[in-house]
Design a protein. Structure first.
Lengths: 251, 485
């Protein structure tokens, strides 16, 4: 059983404070959803946890299995078991998905250990079958000229291959039509297991209709202001974010 | 041939030299794989008529070659440095401190077993022993100025192919080589072709008879081993009608504390319907001035393709060219250049169309890292009286950080309306977001950069023979590893 603990986290970009004391613990097997209006710091939270150099953690801590990861480089955090599914994945011209993933898998192996190419492709193809991805897909350069749906599927495939302990999914539903959304959600559901903890960041409830969360948190102005089970998401959908705002003002 | 001698036609607006800081931050000890050698022949330092006479006498050359050398020396001394268009860094070459000839006095060896152990050790320390071993059958290795190893000669000789070093070929086959020697690139083409013509030694001379297709690539390996030694190999390849040949060369040099000079001349002649492919993967140390003149003449329906990959050196100036002399001749230059801190890759291509329906293609990709600087210079010349000529030029530059610089000087002169030209150029950057994306998948910063650079050149690298594209990838990895703080 692994845990990802975010403790009283404060994150800023330059002088501007974005995340203002956020605390949350995700354990293996759990799916947490963080919902909130635009500009409330959801994506900043995900990127800061992954170690993006543009974000400064001013106080608080992030612990993976009880150990702080804040001093670690982004690649060290990734190899320790943290995966970020990007809202806007980068294009890397000329680098095929297959070669990229191979490099990423190799990077997780010990010094002097060589990747077994046959075994690698076998595993890659079985994951692609699981996610219903066409074989030709992995010979394309990463995200280069991909549609929104293809980009997100590429993220899910990488997640499947790298088998992280925790996945931070940043607005995975954005830019997807309903069919693409269903395909991506099926993929995530196929990867749900007792070994994986998921933190899903989303603006809309609709994704949660496909990937049913165990916990739902509402984020507002850099903090979690309300937590509950999946019914909270439905309540939000019905009443809108203004409802949270009014509750906050009352409190 | 007059239109190919205008090196000056590469003239470009004077570049801002302030940004060029040639040797800052270079670790002079890393990769120092120099190996102690005993040299039997040594022309000493400095260049004079005496030096030239010494070289010629050691090589027991015919009088006409000595004349050729002495005339070249005069032209070299008379010609100014081309700094009115090229970088002023050229002025830092100290011709008096350079050694123009060194040789161990050993005859070229036929089999690997006969190669002296200390030379084998040097090859091993070069880090490419596997490739050497895999290609032993095809290697004509140049150890300093004498060929230390060759055995493919006998194999190709059965097809009538002459594959020899320049000294041997001029001595034994003057009737074939004299006709073309110095004709594609006249001595006075530029200051450095004149220098090479005066002091050349080593290099390959190849003649492929009519209709013979050489199945395996012939290879050469050049290397500078002694401090302050210049390497001036001379290569001449003639493919007779309908013949085909692929030639590959690799170049390395250990890192010395002072600058050294590599100045080669390579001439290719593809007669009617012949095909020559010439592949270079070089990795000079950061203090080598690499000033090379490469040009081919393609006769009717012949094809010449230069694949040129430049990594390392302090300054490389190299513009492989093709003179498209016969109807329907084709010329191609595929070029990859990587300029790291303290390096300037000034590379490009020349396509001189001199007959109807000739086509040329130039694809140049450059990568600039840190303080590294890349310059593309191209000449495409299609005169008015020609019909049905085509040129395609693509130049892509990749910048690894904001200090890198890249310049493009494409000089395309196309006259008349019966010809077509396409030119595309792009500049892209490896962004912080791309690096973060790859790091998030577990790759280190260095691995991430190396992967994006490999991706950038991927479409060109796939045109290399497998072993060379692997070698190229390895060289890029090494360069990128050292470039992140």
């Amino acid at each position: 059983m692994s845990s990802l603990e975010i403790k009283d986290l404060h994150v800023s970009i330059g002088e501007k404070q974005i995340v203002k004391g956020l605390t949350l613990t995700v354990r293996s097997g759990e799916v947490h959803a963080i919902m909130g209006p635009n500009g409330t710091g959801k994506s900043t939270l995900a990127k800061a946890v992954a170690g993006h150099p543009s974000f400064t953690i001013t106080s608080g801590d992030v612990l993976l299995d009880g150990r702080s990861i804040l001093a670690m480089q982004p690649d060290e955090r990734a190899r320790a078991g943290l995966f970020l599914a990007f809202q806007y994945p980068s294009e890397i011209p000329g680098v095929s998905i297959a070669n990229f993933l191979r490099a990423a898998v190799q990077a997780r192996m010990g010094e002097g250990e060589e990747l077994d190419a046959t075994g690698y492709y076998k595993r890659l193809y079985s994951k692609m079958d699981l996610l219903k991805i066409d074989r030709k897909f992995t010979s394309r350069a990463i995200n280069d000229g991909f549609s929104g749906g293809e980009k997100k599927r590429c993220e899910i495939l990488q997640m499947a291959m790298l088998e992280p302990k925790f996945a931070l999914m940043d607005e995975t539903d954005s830019g997807l039509d309903i069919d693409a959304l269903r395909i991506v959600a099926d993929g995530v559901n196929a990867l749900r297991s007792t070994n994986l903890g998921v933190l899903m960041i989303t603006h809309y409830q609709r994704l949660l209709g496909y990937i049913v969360p165990d916990h739902v948190h509402v984020m507002w102005d850099g903090r979690i202001v309300k937590s509950g089970d999946k019914s909270l998401a439905l309540e939000l959908e019905a009443k809108g974010y203004d409802w949270v705002k009014k509750e906050l003002v009352r409190a | 041939m007059s239109d190919v001698t205008e090196t000056e036609s590469l003239a470009a607006p004077l570049a801002d030299e302030a940004a060029a800081n040639p040797v800052s931050g270079i670790d002079q000890t890393a990769g120092n794989f120099s190996y102690k050698m005993d040299y039997e022949f040594d022309a000493g330092t400095g260049l004079s008529e005496k030096t030239v006479r010494y070289i010629s006498s050691v090589k027991k050359e015919a009088p006409w070659i000595l004349e050729f050398r002495l005339n070249a020396l005069k032209q070299f001394l008379a010609k100014p440095m081309p700094t009115h268009w090229a970088t002023k860094d050229l002025e830092n070459i100290n011709f008096d401190k350079i050694r123009y000839y060194l040789a161990s006095g050993q005859k070229p060896k036929r089999t690997w077993d006969e190669v002296p152990d200390d030379i084998k050790k040097t090859f091993e320390r070069l880090g490419i022993p596997e490739q050497e071993r895999k290609f032993l059958a095809g290697v004509e290795a140049q150890f300093d100025s004498e060929a230390a190893y060759s055995n493919i000669k006998d194999v190709v000789a059965k097809q009538g192919v002459i594959f020899a070093n320049s000294t041997e070929a001029l001595r034994e086959h003057p009737e074939i080589f004299r006709k073309y020697f110095g004709k594609v690139i006249p001595t006075g083409d530029n200051k450095f072709s004149a220098l090479n013509s005066a002091v050349f030694s080593g290099g390959s001379f190849i003649y492929v008879p009519k209709g013979v297709k050489v199945a395996h690539p012939l290879q050469a390996y050049f290397r500078i081993n002694a401090e302050n030694f210049g390497q001036f190999e001379r290569t001449l390849i003639i493919c007779d009608e309908g013949a085909e040949l692929t030639y590959m060369e690799g170049c390395t040099a250990p890192k010395f504390s002072t600058s050294t000079l590599h100045s080669a001349v390579v001439e290719l002649v593809a007669l009617k319907g012949a095909k020559i492919q010439y592949i270079t993967v070089q990795n000079w140390a950061n203090n080598v001035f690499n000033l090379v003149t490469k040009r081919g003449v393609a006769h009717e329906e012949a094809e010449i393709k230069w694949i040129d990959c430049n990594i390392g050196s302090r300054l490389t100036m190299k513009y492989p060219g093709v003179v498209l002399k016969g109807r329907k001749a084709r010329g191609e230059v595929i070029s990859i250049a990587l300029a790291n801190d303290g390096q300037h890759q000034d590379t490009g291509a020349k396509m001189i169309h001199a007959a109807d329906e000739t086509t040329s293609n130039i694809v140049a990709k450059s990568i600039s890292v840190g303080q590294g600087r890349s310059t593309y210079r191209g000449v495409v010349h299609i005169p008015k009286h020609l019909k049905g000529c085509k040129n395609n030029t693509e130049c892509d530059a990749l910048l690894i950080n904001t200090n890198s610089r890249t310049d493009t000087y494409p000089a395309i002169t196309v006259r008349g309306d019966a010809n077509s030209v396409q030119h595309e150029a792009s500049v892209s950057k490896v962004s912080e977001e791309q690096i973060f994306y790859m790091q998030q998948r577990g790759l280190t910063e260095g691995q991430a950069m190396s992967l994006s650079v490999n991706g950038f050149v991927n479409d060109l690298a796939s045109q290399f023979p497998m072993e060379y594209s692997v070698e190229l990838k390895r060289l890029i990895d090494l360069e990128m590893e050292g470039s992140v703080g």
